[in-house]
Structures are given as C-alpha cells and as structure tokens.
Design a protein around this ligand. Structure first.
Ligand code: AMP
Length: 490
C-alpha cells in the first residue's frame, strides 16, 4: 500500500499550497514601497496571515516579509526606509496552516543568471506538483513549498534567451490561475492567466504605473483607474515605457464569479461592474426566487450586508441590523481549526436582542461553506427570541473545491457536497433555507442566464465545471485509485 506522499511534497492540507492573496506594484514613484504598503493595507481582506514587500533601487533588491497584518509590520518609517527605490511590489497572503513558514511569504526572490527576480502571485497553479516533481528530478532545489516557486524554476531552466521569452515560456507550461507582478532589474511585469481567473487592474499616479488586485487599492493611494489587465496579457513597464503583449492563443475569459459573491471588497469595480451593486442585485434575485413572509431582513455582517439591502428593497421587508459585528476579530473562516472557528463566530457576532424578540427574521449571508456560521447565527437568533428564522444565501450551494486560489476546504468538508438543501436546513436548524440559483447569480451580473456551453465566468465552486486541467488533483486521484486497487489485490 502506498503510504507516503508520492510526490515527496508537503501534504496539501499541511504546509499549504493553496492560498488567497492580494498583490500590488508601483513603478516610477519615489518611495514606491510606501505606496505598496498602503495598497496592501486596502487589500488586507484578501489575505491576513502574512505580508511582504520587495523594492529595487537601481542596483539592489530589498525585501521585508513578515507574518501578520500590513499594519504593525509595514507602518514603521525605519522598515519602509530600508525598502529603497522607485519600483516595488508586495503581497498579502492567507493560508490555513498554523505553521506557515516565512519562506513561503511573498514576494519570492531569486538570483537568476539574468539577474534578480521577485514575484508576487495571486491564484493557484493546478499542475505545480507535477512540474515540481519533474524540476526536482532534473536538479532544481526548492526553497519553499509555494506553488509560485515553480515559476521561478521554470524561468531559470528555460532555454529561451531573453528574460521575457523565458518568462513567457514558463507561463505556457503552467495551468490554473495566476495574476502576477514580477520585478527584474529591467522593470516590472504584470500579467494574468489566459482565462483571467483572478483579477488585476492597472492605475496611474502622476508618472507612476500601479498594478493591484482590486480598484480599492488604487483608491487608497489616490491613483486613477486606467483599465484591467486583460486575460492572457502581459504589461511590461520599463522606466516610463509601457508595452502590452499577448503571447497566448486567445480564449474565452472565465474570471472568478466568487470575487463578486464574497472575495472582493464591495467598493471595488470589477470588469466595469460595482461589486456592491452586483451583491445588491443578487439579494434582489434571491427575494424574487425565494420570498418569505417575515418582519425583518437581517444581514450576517459584513459579507451579507449588500445582498440583504437588495433583498429588503425587492421584498419591501424592513432591513435592520439584527446582528452586530465586532470589528476586532478577523474573518471567521480565517481560523485554523474547528474549535477556534466556532469560538470565532461567537466572538465576532452578537444578536441585537431588543430588535429580534418575537420577530420573524430572514437572515442573509453570502455563502455557506462548512455551515459553521449559519448554525451559530440561527441559534443566536433563537436565543434572542426570534419567532421564525429563515436563511437565504446569496450564492448557489458551494459543492466543489476551488483549485484557483480561493481557500475552500476539500469537498468532504463542504456542507452542500454532503447534503441536499432540506438536510442542510435541518443541520443549521432554520425554519427554511434557500440559495440563489446559478441563473439568478448570472442575472445579477447583467447576463440572461448561465450559458452551459460557454459560461462567462469560472463558477466551478458551484457547478464543478473547471475551466482548466487539474493535473495535480487528477494525479492524486489516480494514485488514490492505485492504492485502492493495490489494497483490493493484496
Ligand atoms: P462556514 O461558516 O464554513 O459555512 O463559512 C461561511 C462564511 O465564511 C460566510 O459567512 C462567508 O462570508 C465566509 N466565507 C465564504 N468563503 C470564504 C473564503 N473562501 N474565505 C473566507 N471566508 C469565506
């Protein structure tokens, strides 16, 4: 029987390979690192576990990486002062392991034959383990367990001549989701994978070019939005010269729909849509599809708030803040183990008792993942004397894991992968439970329906329709099958 990891790699559930992240870059601004620190602060919701900034001063690269939030690690003038130069990029990261090593915190840096190379990545490479195994066999020595390091080794071992050609060669060999900001002594490159799964936008601040995961990060530094980086596009900034390159065969883009549901900040603009407006519209669709007789619409703060406003406006039921959130605890999900996650929910939310007693309430949240939040919140409403508790969810049931950089747990832990809606309703002990339909979600984006042949977004977490190969996942599955077979034979 196979008992060891066939790839000699860390367990995907241990030293995590999958991450949620935000990236920011500034080129052509004196004190670029200070801008990056501010930009990362606005992207903190995308990753709260670690942060890093790398700058280049024309001769040398400087890096500071730390566990924890941007504030506290990057607000000291001494640290920002060390990050000299007018080009800098940074990264905020979240992974679920308790023992995340500093070596995995980005930007990752390597001295290549072509010179220094720093890389910040949002997304997840779905064939990283396969590539890594091949690279290790050919002599590459990895310094981290991050999938992003694979790109560094692919660049280092590429037979192409120029750095840009090596980089493109590397990207053509990776599958999955990547929005990247890289720095070399020649300049900065920002790029998105051919499907544009994760976001990346470009802005301008005086003569400086800015790249960021979301437009909120442009707002915070006072930059103006120029445009999104197109799926499959590389934007190269060398001094004041900006050029655009499209090295991949054109394909229909599939940006992540979950960015609208939960991940992006509501004040961001994504693909010309206000995330806030889309969330409100999802709430309105939910009210049309799953109405309920009730006295109050209550958001599960903060992620359910825009959808709850939409539900209330559409249904005519008054919107009230029936749950008050403490702003001094992180996102519920961002707690490493179940016990703490449960505790986190209690710390984070409290019922506004005076409002709820004797009322029939509709609770609105953006998603159910493990069901922990819903179970606690429904109970909290009952403890506060609610007469009826109806749960409405502003996304379809999350039935599949994400392999593209949103940290959904493995399928076995997703409530909707194991239960139908009635069973989920019994589990969370609500009086009724309903989710917006997949077509309702697409309608909220301004589209007629989800096209089965050519969906405009990646919605794999809801549909299981993954837009890329999942080489590592399939490798593991085939090894598991092999092990099963071997067990049966013996
Ligand atoms: P759960 O309690 O496991 O059902 O998680 C659901 C809650 O986690 C919802 O209130 C969401 O706002 C939030 N959530 C959903 N997806 C994610 C994610 N990928 N990362 C962090 N939080 C999430």
């Amino acid at each position: 029987m196979l008992t060891t990891n066939p790839f000699d790699l860390p367990d995907a559930n241990g030293d995590k390979l999958r991450e949620e992240c935000g990236i920011f870059g500034a080129s052509g601004s004196e004190g670029a690192a200070a801008l990056v620190a501010l930009g990362l602060h606005a992207l903190q919701h995308r990753g709260q576990e670690a942060a890093g900034i790398t700058s280049f001063d024309g001769a040398e690269f400087h890096t500071h990486r730390a566990m924890g939030h941007v504030a506290g690690n990057f607000d000291s003038p001494a640290i920002i002062g060390q990050l000299r130069g007018n080009v800098a990029c940074g990264h905020v990261r979240y992974s679920t392991t308790g023992e995340t090593a500093l070596r995995n915190v980005q930007p990752l840096y390597a001295d290549l034959a072509s010179g220094g190379f720093a890389i910040a990545h949002n997304g997840n490479i779905s064939n990283a383990m396969r590539l890594r195994r091949d690279l290790v066999r050919r002599g590459s020595i990895f310094q981290s367990t991050s999938d992003t390091e694979t790109i560094i080794h692919l660049v280092a071992t590429s037979n192409y001549r120029t750095f840009v050609d090596k980089f493109i060669d590397a990207l053509k060999r990776v599958e999955g989701a990547y929005s990247l900001i890289v720095m070399t002594p020649e300049g900065m490159i920002a790029c998105r994978d051919p499907l544009g799964i994760r976001p990346l936008v470009m802005g301008k601040l005086d003569d400086a070019i800015i790249f960021a995961s979301e437009t909120v990060a442009l707002d915070v530094v006072g930059a103006t939005f120029v445009r999104s980086i197109d799926p499959g596009e590389l934007v190269i900034v060398k001094g004041s010269e900006v050029s655009s390159h499209r090295p991949f065969a054109p394909t229909e883009p599939r940006p992540c729909i979950f960015e609208y549901v939960y991940f992006s900040r509501p004040d961001s603009i994504s693909e010309d849509r206000s995330v806030y407006t889309v969330r409100k519209e999802i709430g309105a669709q939910l009210a049309i599809e799953s109405p309920v007789d009730a006295d109050l619409v209550i958001p599960v703060p903060d992620s359910g708030t825009p959808a709850a406003i939409g539900y209330a406006q559409q249904s005519g039921i008054p919107f009230e803040l029936g749950i008050i959130r403490s702003h001094y605890v992180g996102r519920t999900f961002i707690q490493p183990n179940n016990e703490v996650r449960h505790l986190g929910v209690k710390l984070k939310h409290n019922a506004n008792r005076a409002l709820i007693k004797g009322k029939r309430v509709v609770l609105i949240d953006d998603s159910i993942v493990r069901g922990t939040t819903s179970l606690k919140i429904v109970q909290m409403m009952r403890d506060a004397g609610a007469a009826e508790v109806h749960m409405r969810i502003a996304s379809p049931p999350t039935r599949h894991s994400c392999f593209y950089g949103v940290d959904t747990p493995e399928r076995g832990k997703l409530l909707a992968a194991n239960m139908n809606i009635d069973e989920m309703n019994s589990y969370i002990q609500a009086d009724s439970l309903a989710f917006v339909s997949i077509d309702g979600l697409y309608k909220a984006l301004g589209e007629a329906n989800r096209s089965d042949t050519r969906p405009s977004h990646c919605d794999a977490c809801f549909t299981g329709d993954y837009p890329t190969m999942l080489t590592d996942h399939d490798d593991v599955a085939s090894v598991d099958q092999f092990a099963l077979l071997a067990e049966r034979v013996s």
